[in-house]
Write a protein that binds this ligand. Sequence first.
Ligand code: DHB
Ligand code: FE
Length: 286
Amino acid sequence: MARIIGGVATTHVPSIGKAIAENKQNDPYWKPFFKGFDYVHYWLAREKPDVAVVFYNDHGLNFFLDKLPTFAVGAAKEYRNEDEGWGIPVSRAIAGDSALSWHLINVLVADEFDITMCQDLLVDHAVTIPMTLMWPGQRWSIRIVPVAINTVQHPLPSLARRLKLGRSIGRAIESYDQDLRVVMIGTGGLSHQLDGKRAGFINKEFDRLCMDKIVNEPEALTRYSIHDWVEEAGAQGVEFLNWMAMRGALTGHVTEVHRNYHIPISNTAAATVVLENREEAKRKAA
Ligand code: DHB
Ligand code: FE
């Protein structure tokens, strides 16, 4: 049976790709951020996931305002990136796991999620930057199932809905008849606003609250509406909602094993969190 080993949440600011391409990891500006990945590398080397389910938001590379699904699940053999205009290198392609994708799609539709299924899907910096941060300078042996959630065109799906989507995916993985170790990834956030009067807005207190609550009380965050969230976290701070889906997919006993918070990277409060998921602990407690 497949096992969910835990979740990694990280920001996906494109300029990180430029810093990597220019080898700036040890520059004073970047060091406190990149240092936060030492533990992530140790944890991934120890836990050895085979597959990652990546909850992210597309920023206009594959989906645009003309057609924007609320939830889209990749079911391709491979996911390519293209030049998005950020001045960062185009990422190499990432292998898919289409058998797992179709299993997740079947369970999601049975659970009444009307998702869009994508046998051809370009993935943008919200997937490639976290992959590059988590597995730097390596050939990627990990396969992914990308799950794109709309955080661009309002109305956006609520926090509660995203938590439920994650839970459905978590249950689907638990029932998957393959011996796989699965890591959940949530990308984006934390507080940031890229345009308008509040460009550069960051809310440290709210970010801390989110990082605290996501561990064991994610439901407590569902009392915020999307409009509250824009108010508290900035227009693009809604990307934290991808973290909610990641957290929903952790079905066992969850503990925070790592956190790094650094402001700012570009316009964004950059956060990296590792959550461990222990099924045994859940069974013992039951
Ligand atoms: C930035 C942050 C994002 O989440 C993004 O998608 C693009 C840019 C930034 O802070 O520069
Ligand atoms: Fe973004």
